[in-house]
Design a protein. Structure first.
Length: 51
């Protein structure tokens, strides 16, 4: 998704209902594709503490 929104993310405003709907739909599509295994996740979250 970060590649798809690159350069245009600033056009989506949080106070615009249509912008939120489009972004929510994009998020749901990406989540569905990752959950089904059709799209690998592109990020990892690592939680650690120093020894």
């Amino acid at each position: 998704m970060q590649f798809m929104l690159d350069g245009i993310a600033g056009n989506f405003r949080h106070d615009d209902e249509d912008s939120r709907k489009v972004l929510d739909l994009i998020f749901k599509i990406e989540d569905t594709l990752v959950e089904s295994g059709d799209l690998p996740p592109h990020f990892a979250m690592i939680v650690a503490k120093p020894r």
